[in-house]
Design a protein around this ligand. Structure first.
Ligand SMILES: [Zn+2]
Length: 71
């Protein structure tokens, strides 16, 4: 068996890390919407303006119910 030399010339896509979006349900009007999992600003419901998530520096703190995590 011969040891295979690894070629380190494979191109990789870098710097395009996408954080997932959550599908959440507004606790007040039940409107479902997609929101960024790591919000940098407060996220409010598009219908009633109720607060859905607040930024924490990392993953947002969600007040709304998270229905699904579409990766
Ligand atoms: Zn709402």
């Amino acid at each position: 068996m011969a040891g295979a030399a690894s070629s380190g010339t494979q191109e990789q896509k870098k710097g395009k890390q996408q954080a997932p979006f959550y599908l959440v349900k507004c606790p007040d009007c039940s409107r479902e919407q997609k929101v960024f999992s790591r919000p940098s600003t407060r996220i409010t419901c598009v219908i009633c303006g109720s607060e859905l998530a607040t930024p924490t520096g990392g993953l947002g703190k969600f007040r709304a119910e998270i229905l699904r995590n579409p990766a």
